[in-house]
Design a protein around this ligand. Structure first.
Ligand SMILES: Cc1cn([C@H]2C[C@H](O)[C@@H](COP(=O)(O)OP(=O)(O)O[C@H]3O[C@H](C)C(=O)[C@H](O)[C@H]3O)O2)c(=O)[nH]c1=O
Length: 333
């Protein structure tokens, strides 16, 4: 695979993947990205210019995606609207990008016989009880809760249908919550880090007992590359790094790292339909393809991420006020 098309490659997880591929292989990458509020050209800075191309465009632009698919050996499809809170206030873009966009990618892959890897989320499985020892596996029934996760669930079903009905050469991965550099300040970890850097207080939904299974974006990238290279066509692989923490634990770690009292946070209005707990069993990926996470433990990864936000204020600052104003309008600031 020498020529790879990465949809959504200027977003948080997509751009981490582009850095991963260009740093570890001799492949060249075309990024197709609409450069919405959640993407940034800066996330692609420092890459070898002769091996990366940015096409600013919409993944739901069928002729554009068809043309690009014909010029590449593989498509890795990250492009998606990803923020649950936004999907609750305005679901339309989630249907358009996550469902219609995936349809366009599938039709393009079908027409050109291009290998496809579809990026998805563990949220398609709904949530687990806090005291349930179970974790999600590839056999867990779909049960999405939000417009975001329902649209991602639908996109997974489209991929499986195109594999079975049209022989599209596709794999799917469902990953848990990512953290790391270049994540938009609307998301939980960057929001709380930047609140504290600004001298403010973290804002925790509900009672803060909801659990997320954190993985560093770099480990997500290495898993996706492994599946792209060695995954079996038509298969789904769950990606996770055994990083379960509740939201209170995470904000306390951020506060303590930045020299503040661990209880210096506010509990705010809960998210509607807020999923309680996500937890991934990634045994299939580890046993079948030999993948293991390489990033250090969550505490070390979080500390490095906090330092990254401290060092990159000029990147996150322009979006911060508008993001907080939107949360304030919902009683979550
Ligand atoms: C923004 C914010 C969030 N939260 C809570 C809500 C969740 O329990 C947790 C993480 O929230 P966040 O919105 O960052 O992420 P999730 O809703 O878990 O979803 C994320 O991880 C999955 C896998 C994807 O697939 C999504 O694309 C991705 O956004 O913190 C707060 O308590 N306060 C806040 O200010």
């Amino acid at each position: 695979m020498q020529r790879i098309l990465v949809t959504g490659g200027a977003g948080f997880i997509g751009s981490n993947f582009v850095h991963h591929v260009l740093g570890r292989t001799d492949a060249s990458v075309t990024v197709l990205d609409k450069l919405t509020y959640a993407a940034s050209r800066e996330s692609l800075d420092g890459l070898p210019e002769d091996r990366v191309d940015l096409v600013v465009g919409d993944v739901a632009d069928q002729p554009l995606v068809e043309r690009l698919a014909g010029e590449h050996d593989a498509i890795v499809h990250f492009a998606a609207e990803s923020h649950n809170d936004n999907s609750l206030s305005e679901p339309g873009p989630f249907i358009q990008t996550n469902l219609v966009g995936t349809f366009c990618v599938l039709e393009a892959a079908r027409r050109h016989g291009t290998r496809l890897h579809h990026i998805s989320t563990d949220e398609v499985y709904g949530d687990l009880e806090l005291d349930d020892p179970a974790r999600f596996t590839e056999a867990t029934p779909y049960n999405p809760s939000s417009p975001y996760s329902a649209a991602k669930a639908g996109s997974d079903h489209l991929v499986r249908a195109w594999v079975r009905s049209f022989g599209v050469q596709a794999t799917i991965s469902n990953c848990s919550n990512n953290y790391g550099p270049w994540q938009h300040v609307e998301k939980f970890i960057p929001r709380q880090i930047t609140n504290v850097l600004d001298g403010g207080r973290p804002k925790v939904y509900g009672a803060g007992t909801n659990v997320r299974d954190w993985i560093h974006a770099e480990d997500h990238s290495s898993a996706v590359w492994t599946i792209l290279e060695r995954g079996r066509i038509g298969e789904t692989y769950l990606i996770g790094a055994d990083g379960e923490r509740n939201n209170l634990e995470v904000v306390r770690m951020i506060l303590e790292h930045l020299g503040r009292d661990a209880d210096d946070f506010d509990l705010v209005t809960d998210r509607a339909g807020h999923d309680l707990r996500y937890a991934i069993d990634s045994s299939k990926l580890r046993a079948e393809l030999g993948w293991t996470p390489s990033f250090p433990d969550f505490a070390t990864g979080l500390a490095r991420t906090i330092e990254w936000y401290r060092d990159h204020e000029s990147w996150w600052r322009p979006g911060k006020d508008a993001t907080e104003a939107a949360y304030a309008a919902k009683g979550q600031a």
